[in-house]
Design a protein around this ligand. Structure first.
Ligand code: E4P
Length: 217
């Protein structure tokens, strides 16, 4: 499963990117607002830093405006993915972008039937929101499993980008369910490295190694 960073914080992103484990980035209007920066400027910076798809979301809700905004965002760099909401106008715009060979990420997907429409519109990625379904007592991960089944049934090429992943268990379950990519807040990516048994085991190994008095170099 590809790991995307769900952030528009370029400082944090630069640190994470040093691990060589970041396959792409997603942003949304909330994350742009949090960054306090201009969307065109911050997207350009992220695209130059990350060797992978970078989702930048349109703000318009009407088809013609969405197409104009998406085309402007796509001009920033070759790795821009135009992110559009899963609405009738959004899917019409997705078809236009897809016909132009531009990458798209259809976001705010909460049902299998919506995901089916996104694939039929030619979306490059579809973003089902796991955490927001969990937040209201539904089983967000089941949506990932069901979309996987439907896409496999019909050999759709749209990649499942598990979104709104809030913890490492979400990440593991999305990978087990066969999501193609997962987008994670920086804190969740950092938590993926951690296990108390790793820390404890390393402490013992270091103490035992010191007792040998050896040196490898
Ligand atoms: C990414 O594409 C989504 O916008 C993001 O994962 C949503 O996460 P949230 O539900 O935690 O805001």
């Amino acid at each position: 499963m590809l790991i995307f960073a769900d952030t528009a914080d370029t400082k944090l992103l630069a640190e994470l990117n040093e691990t060589g484990l970041i396959d792409g980035v997603t942003t949304n209007p909330t994350l742009i607002a949090k960054s306090g920066r201009n969307i065109l400027e911050v997207t350009r910076e992220i695209c130059a830093m990350i060797d992978g798809p970078v989702s930048a979301e349109v703000a318009a809700t009407e088809f013609t405006q969405m197409v104009a905004e998406g085309e402007k965002l796509a001009k920033i760099a070759d790795n821009v993915v135009i992110k559009v909401p899963l609405t009738v106008d959004g899917l019409k715009a997705t078809r236009v972008f897809s016909d132009q060979g531009l990458m798209t990420n259809v976001t705010l997907c909460f049902s299998v039937s919506q995901a089916l429409l996104a694939a039929k519109a030619g979306a490059t990625f579809v973003s089902p929101f796991v955490g927001r379904l969990d937040d209201r007592g539904e089983d967000g991960m089941q949506l990932i499993r069901d979309i996987r089944t439907v896409y496999d049934n019909y050999e759709f090429e749209t990649a499942i980008l598990a979104a709104s992943l809030r913890n490492t268990n979400h990440v593991a379950q999305a990978a087990i369910a066969g999501a193609d990519c997962g987008t994670l807040p920086p804190a969740v990516i950092q938590a993926m490295f951690q296990h108390d048994l790793t820390d404890k085991g390393l402490e013992t190994f270091l103490a035992d190694w010191a007792s040998t008095g050896q040196s490898i170099l």
